[in-house]
Design a protein around this ligand. Structure first.
Ligand code: ADP
Ligand code: MG
Length: 380
């Protein structure tokens, strides 16, 4: 028996970044419920599912048209994230990867220093895109300390694998440090001081991305065969995960316009007296972002909003009403969560009544009644 040789540092080539992508996709599946719970506390509870969906899609894209260089692979992954994640984290992480990949140019392998400086450019692009700086309690609060640690370790001559571990540890400390911060960007910022005391979900995703960088450093690493959960399976996983604070009625807001649905969700959530908000999902617009209604989006939102206590669905008009009625009726192959009900109410005022009552722990009858009560509000 010979003593185990220290692991040689990996070449940062396309195979390395492919292992990284695969490991990241697997880690997001593993930690989906935790990320979702973090986002549910101060956001809208979709971050875990968003990252699982985005990285699963990026893996599929990488398999379908294999990149030749690391730059190409990161560019492709970034574009896929931007197109498939759905939440704010999509364009932000997407930008980080695309900018990093662009900095790699057409190199077939990059050095540790090239990687660190390119990722720094990626982080700067994220800051420019989202307007956040260090201390705003976003993903940057894990990414920037990790980059500082990586630069420091490489400058001190630390071997790459060890330097990546150092960076990962700094990312984790950075994510933990978002707990006492007040969120100043993204949805969590709408809670003002009530965001204090909760770690940022995106910062925790950065830790997983650095985890994946350390895992990929082992060139013999193989993914677990179970890693390839489909997006639908991941929605089911969220559904069966009990959220903190016990089950409540979920809320789905269906508008022809994605913006109207999301803005109404934000308004209703902002008017809840406590930071402890029932699951509220916006399902506006079509799958490709046009004005319209998508049964698939509404169905997916209802599954995500469901905590076993029923789901109250508000819609604006026309096809939104018809699509929800069709989903709730017989004949649609998709099964809506038990206790799903349409609320016959004006959209904005009804949404506020429904979200406030669901957040307070009202049952589905109370929640629907609170929404329908909004029909009686007189304004003249
Ligand atoms: P959404 O907020 O649209 O639901 P996600 O839940 O997927 O999207 O992602 C939320 C995460 O995105 C936050 O935890 C935060 O880290 C990050 N984020 C949101 N807005 C910004 C921003 N303007 N700048 C940097 N990061 C942001
Ligand atoms: Mg979210």
């Amino acid at each position: 028996m010979t003593a185990a040789a220290p692991t040689p540092d990996p070449a940062l080539d396309v195979a390395y970044f492919r292992r990284w992508l695969t490991a990241a996709a697997q880690l997001f599946v593993r930690d989906e419920a935790r990320l979702t719970a973090l986002d549910a506390a101060i956001g809208d509870g979709d971050h875990g599912a968003n990252m699982v969906r985005g990285f699963a899609a990026a893996r599929v894209a990488a398999d379908q048209s294999p990149a030749v260089t690391p730059g190409e692979l990161l560019g492709q992954a970034g574009t896929t994230l931007t197109n498939t994640v759905g939440g704010a984290s999509g364009p932000l992480f997407g930008m980080a990867l695309r900018r990093t990949g662009k900095r790699f140019g057409s190199e077939t392998a990059v050095t540790g220093e090239q990687f660190a400086s390119s990722l720094r450019a990626g982080a700067e692009a994220v800051s420019k895109l989202g307007g956040a700086v260090a201390g705003d309690a976003t993903l940057l609060d894990a990414l920037l300390p990790a980059l500082d640690a990586l630069d420091g370790a490489l400058a001190a001559g630390t071997p790459l694998t060890e330097a990546l571990r150092t960076a990962r540890a700094a990312a984790e400390r950075g994510a933990e440090a978002t707990g006492p911060m007040q969120a100043r960007k993204g949805r969590a910022s709408y809670l003002g001081e009530r965001s204090i005391g909760h770690q940022d979900a995106g910062a925790n995703s950065v830790v997983l991305l650095f985890d994946a960088l350390t895992i990929a450093a082992d060139s013999s690493w193989q993914p677990e065969p179970t890693a390839a959960a489909s997006p639908q399976e991941s929605v089911e996983a969220v559904r069966s995960t009990p959220r903190s604070g016990g089950g409540r009625v979920g809320v789905v807001l269906v508008s022809h316009s994605r913006e109207v649905a999301e803005a109404t969700a934000e308004l209703a959530k902002a008017l809840v007296g406590s930071g402890d908000i029932a699951p509220v999902l916006a399902a506006g617009g079509t799958d490709d972002g046009r004005i319209g209604t998508s049964a698939e989006r509404i169905h997916a939102a209802a599954l995500k909003a469901d905590e076993g206590k029923g789901v109250a669905i508000l819609c604006d008009m026309g096809s939104a009403v018809l699509t929800v009625q069709a989903l709730l009726g017989e004949g649609d192959e998709r099964t809506m969560p038990a206790g799903s009900r349409i609320v016959d109410a004006p959209f904005v005022e009804g949404a506020v009544g429904v979200v406030v009552t669901a957040s307070a722990g009202g049952d589905i009858d109370m929640v629907v009644a609170a929404g329908e009560d909004a029909r009686n509000y007189r304004k003249g």
